[in-house]
Design a binder for this molecule. Structure first.
Ligand code: TYM
Length: 325
């Protein structure tokens, strides 16, 4: 069976971008691949985060992933720090990655821009991400558009390692969905919807109340024209709404556009479709919250299963690099 791996940072509440760009594909992939999904709490440490908040969000993220449809009998769900091989592999690969290539990562440039102090972990973040993927010999990595550059780097690191030390790693490929790979902020449709945004009125959370979703979509920034055209470059606001409606109803945004004469009806249908899509997830979270012990059992079993795969690859990598066993 081919392998899949993906991850999410527990740095905030999960939003529609995470769901449409990644989680929807995670759920589909669990039925046809040997799928590993991790909550990457070590990655969250690359930026300021309160320890209590990190602990709560890590559990809440695992809970949300179960609620969106991950089935522990079909996939392996675990917390990154519960599998020590990730941190160990990260050191090995940081001796394969180069200073220059890490400095070219746009996420690092964006997040470090204008900061007085920047953590080394923010710089080496993509090496830890490469470790997540390569430890499981994943062929396929379902991610949103913003992670494509990190995937390219992972491929480069894996190929360099294999050329130098022998074939240890499978070369992974990013899977980016056709619709929903770049969900934009509702208040600033030129920026992606992001957990780290300061303004929550542009973000729709996976567990948000229907009335609040309706309000946010109603107030979404469109533009001064009133015709509905799908053109993300010149009409980012209205195109974002068409993308959301398309992703929620499994249709192409360009086919939906001609059906609308004004923004009002587009917004109404988009909020209906988004609410309908997220409704069952919110209901499932309520059930899961009643039995947190079960969530803890699922992630403990997940870590055990993940460690078996990860440790086998780690041993091969250490051996290939000349570490004494
Ligand atoms: P993170 O936590 O920022 O996001 C999790 C997933 O959601 C996708 N995503 C989006 N997709 C569409 N539109 C958006 N506005 C949007 N915002 C986020 C992301 O592309 C991602 O797929 N570095 C990763 C976490 C990670 C990882 C990994 C991913 C760590 N190790 C190994 C894959 C494989 C990150 O920060 O994702």
């Amino acid at each position: 069976m081919l392998k899949v791996l993906s991850g999410v940072r527990p740095t905030g509440d999960m939003h529609l971008g995470n769901y449409l760009g990644a989680f929807k594909a995670w759920v589909e992939d669990q039925y046809s691949y040997d799928a590993f999904y991790c909550v990457v709490d070590l990655h969250a440490l690359a930026e300021e985060i309160n320890p209590e908040v990190l602990r709560d969000r890590t559990l809440k993220t695992a809970l949300t992933l179960l609620a969106v449809g991950l089935d522990p009998s079909k996939c392996t769900l675990f917390i990154q720090s519960h599998v020590p091989a990730h941190a160990e592999m990260s050191w090995l690969l940081s001796c394969v990655a180069t200073y220059g290539e890490l400095g070219r990562m746009t996420q690092f440039k964006d997040k470090s821009h204008g900061k007085d102090t920047v953590r080394v972990g923010l710089y080496t973040y993509p090496v830890l991400m490469a470790s997540d993927i390569l430890l499981y010999q994943a062929q396929r990595v379902p991610v949103g558009h913003d992670q494509k550059q990190h995937l390219e780097l992972t491929r480069d690191i894996a190929m360099r390692f294999n050329n130098k030390y022998g074939e240890v790693f499978t070369i992974p490929t990013a899977f980016v969905p056709k619709v929903g790979a770049r969900v934009m902020d509702l208040q600033d449709p030129t920026a992606k919807m992001s957990k780290s945004s300061n303004n929550s009125s542009g973000i729709i959370y996976v567990l948000e109340d229907p009335s609040s979703i309706e309000k946010k979509i109603k107030r979404a920034v469109t533009d001064t024209n009133s015709d509905v055209i799908y053109d993300p470059k010149s009409r980012p606001g209205v195109s974002n709404l068409l993308e959301l409606l398309g992703a929620a109803t499994d249709s192409k945004p360009e086919d939906l556009a001609p059906k609308y004469q004004n923004y009002g009806s587009l917004k109404l249908d988009t909020s209906k479709a988004v609410i309908e899509m997220l409704d069952p997830i919110r209901q499932r979270v309520k059930d899961l919250e009643k039995d947190l012990g079960e969530v803890h059992r699922i992630i403990a079993a997940g870590a055990q299963k993940a460690a078996e795969s990860a440790n086998a690859t780690l041993e091969r990598a250490k051996e290939a690099m000349g570490l004494l066993s």
